[in-house]
Ligand binder design. Structure first.
Ligand code: GLU
Length: 475
């Protein structure tokens, strides 16, 4: 058997959205699962709608997701000579023909068919036309679709599909400006690139019979097809911007890890028993298109958040830390000015669901405090709080080892000596150190900030709150 080869063939008319990413993932997994190859092809023949930023966004998204390709990216715009060659061959053999019908004629034909209540389709008017009698006239090239018989195929996902050739018409393969059309290029490419399995969205299922006829006309065996049902938003409508993020890079910006998004997407229409968590290695080992669901799948953001937190906690902290550093950079914060991001990940993964949230919460370790949270100050900076901060400063300045457990033990000792609960010490300290009352354990917070900066901030808070009766102040 030939090597299994799948491909992802996006049209670069916009960013890579989650539906496209899921198609890419399933094609990639199928190839990886069977030890085959994965091809990336950019379908950029629609020059008006294709843009370089969209191409860049697709490549960046694929790389960020870790969906590496073995061949490509191929660009259809660089294959024009090849398409022309195949069209000429089809014309020569009479398997395609030039059509000189004017827009007006086609319009009249369509209107007539509509009036009669029949499905609009080209009537084959130019099938036997002699091009010599149309010198200099504009034309399109049409594929001569078989008149009789049925086109049948066994879809990997949808099962057996068949349609009568009388339902299909002679579709255009080359426009009047000389450019080839999607249905044509896709066949030539999949053939030339040796694609054995085409996994794509079911918005293309109606094109497949036409493409199969074209394969046969070219003397080739069609690949195996699998058409994926679409993704709906959590309200049951087709997924769109209205439902929040839809582009892969927007998910990155919103603080999701690629592992979480991949895990989420693999389950969006595929299952393996009731397992929810899949590492990439497991997906590759277990992926079986027979388990892809036929029905549409609904997006569920809270599940994605849950998976994201799972991966923030369970992936190596150094790996998550790299992604956190990217988010800090986006906030204009230099990750080199504070603790190793991996240490922040360990302390914060339990407390946050996205890296964006984590970056916002931990920026206080990397840059000067931007004031104190007013509500936290009102709640926790009560009479006596400044005295407690002074005692803590004295104690911490006296030199316990600067490690979370030691620091916690020293502060617990202080609480005992002062006869107050830990909250009375911990909360004012958190406000002093981070500007707000929510942070990891106080020992962890001190350890992340470092000795010198912690002592300095406690000193600043003492000055800010002294004599202000607990009102809001600046660091
Ligand atoms: N370029 C097509 C699209 O982005 C996909 C074609 C295919 O997978 O056959 O919808």
């Amino acid at each position: 058997m030939d090597t299994i080869k799948t491909r992802f063939a996006p049209s670069p008319t916009g960013y890579l959205h989650v539906g496209g990413a899921r198609t890419a993932l399933y094609s990639w997994l199928y190839a990886r699962h069977l030890g085959g190859r994965f091809v990336l092809r950019i379908e950029d023949t629609d020059r008006e709608r294709s843009t370089q930023p969209a191409i860049d966004a697709i490549l960046e998204s694929m790389q960020w997701l870790g969906l590496g390709w073995d061949e490509g990216p191929f660009y259809q715009t660089r294959r024009m000579d090849r398409y022309r060659e195949v069209i000429d061959g089809l014309l020569e053999k009479g398997l395609a023909y030039k059509c000189f019908c004017s827009k007006e004629r086609l319009e009249r034909m369509r209107e007539g068919q509509m009036r009669e209540g029949v499905k609009p389709r080209y009537d084959g008017h130019c099938r036997n036309e002699d091009p010599a009698t149309h010198q200099g006239e504009p034309y399109v090239v049409r594929f001569r679709n078989p008149d009789r018989g049925v086109v049948a195929f066994d879809d990997l996902i949808k099962g057996h599909i068949e349609i009568s050739n009388t339902e299909l018409d002679d579709f255009v393969i080359q426009r009047s400006d000389g450019t080839p059309t999607y249905n044509f290029c896709v066949v030539v490419d999949d053939l030339d690139m040796g694609i054995t399995h085409v996994i794509r969205g079911d918005d293309h299922v109606a094109n497949t019979p036409r493409q199969i006829n074209l394969y046969r006309a070219l003397g080739a065996t069609p690949p195996v097809f699998g058409h994926l049902a679409m993704i709906l938003g959590d309200d049951g409508a087709k997924l769109s911007k209205r439902h929040g993020a839809v582009s892969v890079m927007q998910y990155r910006e919103d603080g999701y890890l690629p592992e979480a998004l991949l895990n989420y997407l693999v389950r969006l229409g595929w299952s393996h028993g009731d397992q929810e968590i899949f590492s990439v290695e497991e997906m590759v080992a277990l992926f079986d298109p027979a388990q892809i669901s036929r029905g549409a799948s609904s997006f569920n953001t809270s599940k994605l958040k849950w998976l994201n937190q799972h991966y923030m906690k369970s992936l190596p902290a150094g790996q998550v830390g790299k992604e956190l550093a990217w988010h800090l950079g986006r906030l204009g914060v230099d990750p080199a000015t504070g603790p190793e991001p991996a240490r922040v990940v360990k302390a914060y993964a339990e407390r946050t669901h996205t890296l964006k949230e984590m970056a916002e919460r931990c920026r206080c370790y990397y840059e000067p405090l931007n004031g104190y949270d007013e509500a936290a100050v009102r709640k926790w900076i009560k009479p006596g709080a400044v005295e407690i901060l002074k005692s803590a400063l004295e104690l911490l300045g006296a030199g316990p080892a600067w490690e979370a457990a030691e620091l916690d033990a020293a502060l617990a000792g202080l609480a005992g000596r002062l006869g107050v609960g830990m909250g009375k010490i911990g909360q004012p300290l958190r406000i002093a150190l981070t500007g707000a009352a929510a942070s990891p354990g106080i020992g962890d917070t001190l350890a992340l900030l470092g000795r010198e900066e912690s002592l300095r901030r406690i000193g600043s808070a003492i000055s800010a709150f002294a004599g202000q009766g607990g009102s809001h102040g600046q660091d």
